[in-house]
Design a protein around this ligand. Structure first.
Ligand code: NAD
Length: 496
C-alpha cells in the first residue's frame, strides 16, 4: 500500500476529512514508510451512518447467504495469505512465517464462522404447558465496534469481525494506527467475497476515534484488545454509555517448570514462546518459574539456545526474530533491561546494542535473559512486551501457584512436567484463563473461546467460540400458544 493509508467506508477507500495523520514506520529500517489518516468526528459519524444503514439489510439476510459469503472470504484470504503476510511484516516487523501464521489463526475463526447456521440454532421446548411451546432465538445487536492492538494486525481483528458479521451485525474496525494497512486489505477481500458495502467499515484513528465510537449512540457493543490501562478505560467508558463491552488487556505469562520436566523440551519451549515475534505477543512467556533446583540445568539450556537465534529483518528467511514495532517501544523495553540490571537481577544474555548489518536504523533489541529475578522488581511486575525473559526461582509447586495467583494478570500460563497429578493440581488452583500442560502458548482453537482472568480481561465473555456468538447476539425467549378460546382466567398459570 503506497501513499496514505485510508479508511474503508461504505465499500471504498477514502481519506475522509484527513485533518490529522500519523507516521507508519518500517521497523526493520526505522524509516517512515507511509502515513495513516486519523479520523475526526465527521469520519466517525460517516462510518457509523454507513454501518447503521448496512446493518438493516444484512441483519435480514438468510443464514445461507451469510455462510456463503464467509466461505468465499475464507478462500480469498487463503489465496492472498502471502500478500497479507508481506503487509504485516512491512509495518509490524515480525518475520514472514510468523505473519503467515497469524493469518492462518485468523482464518480458523472465519472457518468457525462458516458454521453460523448451526451456531445460531436456539433452544425449543415443546408443551411447556398444555398447548404451549417455549423457544429462544439469537438476534444481532446492530452495529458493533472492534478496537485492536498493533501486535496481531490480522489475527485479532479476525477474532472479532467474521463472527460479528456472521451473526448479522455490521462491524466498524478501528485497527492500530501503528500497522493499519492489513485491515483495509482484509475489508477489500471481504467485499470481493460478496459482503455488502457498509457491513465492514475500517476507521483509521487513535484515541479520538475510539472514544467517539464508545460514546456514539448508534454503536451497540465494542470488542477491545490492547493494554490493560486502555482496556479498563474502554470498558468503563463503553459500559457507562450503555454498551456491551468485552475488553481484553495485557499479560505476564508464567511458565512453571517442575524438577521432573524434560529439560530440553522445556528450554526449547521457553525460547520459542519467549522470543517469537520479539515477545510482542499477549501469550508470550515472559517469566520462567523454575521450581526446586531445576534452574541450574534449565538456565544454561536456555542460554545455549539463545546463542544461535538470528535476529534480523522479517523479510529475510534466515531471521527468526524481527525488530520491535517502534523506536519508542524499543526504548521502553530497553529501559526495563536497564532497570533489571540496576535492581540486582542477573543479566545472563544482554540483547542491548545489537543491530544487523545494513539495518542500523531499525528498532532492534536482541533476545535478553535475566536469572534470579525477584517478584518485587519492575521486570517481574510490569508487562514489558519485548524479547526479555525472566527466570524466578521458587522452592515448591505451592510457591509457584502463590506467585502466579499474586500477579495482577491472568491471561495464559503453562506447566512443564511429566507428573499428571501435579499438572492437574496446578490447572485447578491457578487464577488464569488459559492453561498449557507442556504447551507453552495455549491459545485456544477458534471453536473454544480466548480470554484471560483478573486484569487481562474486563467484561464477562471471551472472544470467538461459543462466547463470541453470545457476545455478538442477544437472546429472546418466546412462549407461544395458538389457542382455541378459553375465556378469562385470573388464576396463576401452573402449567398443568
Ligand atoms: P494499546 O492499548 O496501546 O492500543 C490498543 C488500541 O487502543 C489501539 O487501537 C489504540 O489506537 C487504542 N488506544 C490507545 N490509546 C488509547 C486511549 N488513550 N484511549 C482510547 N484508545 C486508545 O495496545 P498496543 O500497544 O497496540 O498492543 C499491545 C498490548 O495489547 C499489550 O498490552 C498486549 O498484552 C495486549 N494484547 C492483549 C491481547 C489479549 O488477548 N489479552 C492480545 C493482543 C494484545
Amino acid at each position: 500500500m503506497t501513499g496514505s493509508v485510508p479508511h474503508w467506508i461504505d465499500g471504498a477507500r477514502t481519506t475522509g476529512s484527513a485533518t490529522r495523520r500519523a507516521s507508519v514506520f518500517q521497523p526493520a529500517t526505522g524509516e517512515v514508510a507511509r502515513e495513516v489518516v486519523l479520523a475526526d468526528q465527521s469520519d466517525v459519524d460517516g462510518a457509523v451512518a454507513s454501518a447503521v444503514k448496512a446493518a438493516q439489510d444484512w441483519g435480514e439476510s438468510s443464514l445461507s447467504t451469510r455462510a456463503k459469503v464467509m466461505f468465499e472470504f475464507r478462500q480469498l484470504v487463503k489465496a492472498n495469505r502471502a500478500e497479507l503476510a508481506e503487509i504485516i511484516t512491512a509495518e509490524h516487523g515480525k518475520v514472514l512465517s510468523d505473519a503467515a501464521g497469524e493469518v492462518q489463526r485468523g482464518l480458523e475463526v472465519v472457518e468457525f464462522a462458516c458454521g453460523i447456521p448451526h451456531l445460531l440454532k436456539g433452544e425449543h421446548s415443546e408443551q411447556v404447558s398444555r398447548g404451549v411451546d417455549a423457544y429462544s432465538v439469537r438476534q444481532p445487536l446492530g452495529v458493533v465496534a472492534g478496537i485492536t492492538p498493533f501486535n496481531f494486525p490480522a489475527m485479532v481483528p479476525m477474532w472479532m469481525f467474521p463472527l460479528a458479521i456472521a451473526c448479522g451485525n455490521a462491524f466498524i474496525l478501528k485497527p492500530s494506527e501503528r500497522d493499519p494497512s492489513t485491515a483495509v486489505r482484509l475489508a477489500e477481500l471481504f467485499q470481493e467475497a460478496g459482503l455488502p458495502d457498509g457491513v465492514l467499515n475500517v476507521l483509521q484513528g487513535d484515541a479520538f476515534a475510539v472514544n467517539a465510537l464508545l460514546d456514539h449512540p448508534d454503536v451497540a457493543a465494542a470488542s477491545f484488545v490492547g493494554s490493560t490501562p486502555i482496556a479498563q478505560h474502554v470498558y468503563a467508558r463503553g459500559t457507562a454509555a450503555g454498551k456491551r463491552v468485552q475488553a481484553l488487556g495485557g499479560a505476564k505469562n508464567h511458565m512453571v517448570v517442575l524438577p521432573d520436566a524434560d529439560i530440553d523440551g522445556a528450554a526449547d519451549a521457553a525460547v520459542s514462546a519467549g522470543f517469537g515475534s520479539a515477545g510482542e505477543r499477549c501469550m508470550a512467556i515472559s517469566v520462567v518459574v523454575a521450581v526446586g533446583d531445576v534452574a541450574d540445568e534449565l538456565v544454561p539450556a536456555i542460554t545455549s539456545r539463545m546463542a544461535s537465534l538470528v535476529t534480523g529483518p522479517g523479510t529475510d528467511p534466515a531471521s527468526q526474530m524481527g525488530p520491535l514495532v517502534t523506536d519508542v517501544h524499543r526504548d521502553r523495553v530497553q529501559s526495563y533491561v536497564d532497570a533489571g540490571v540496576a535492581s540486582g537481577a542477573t543479566l545472563v544474555v544482554d540483547g542491548r546494542g545489537y543491530a544487523p548489518e545494513g539495518h542500523e536504523g531499525g528498532f532492534w533489541l536482541a533476545p535478553t535473559l535475566f536469572d534470579n529475578v525477584d517478584p518485587s522488581m519492575s521486570i517481574y511486575q510490569d508487562e514489558i512486551f519485548g524479547p526479555v525473559l525472566c527466570v524466578v526461582r521458587v522452592p515448591t509447586l505451592d510457591a509457584a501457584v502463590r506467585l502466579v495467583n499474586a500477579n495482577q494478570y491472568g491471561n495464559g500460563t503453562a506447566i512443564f512436567t511429566g507428573d499428571g497429578l501435579a499438572a492437574r493440581e496446578y490447572q485447578r488452583r491457578v487464577h488464569v484463563g488459559m492453561i498449557g500442560m507442556n504447551v507453552p502458548i495455549p491459545v485456544p482453537m477458534a471453536y473454544y473461546s480466548f480470554g484471560g482472568w483478573k486484569d487481562s480481561l474486563f467484561g464477562d465473555t471471551h472472544v470467538h467460540g461459543a462466547d463470541g456468538v453470545r457476545f455478538y447476539t442477544r437472546t429472546k425467549a418466546i412462549t407461544q400458544r395458538w389457542p382455541r378460546h378459553h375465556g378469562v382466567d385470573l388464576g396463576f398459570p401452573t402449567h398443568t
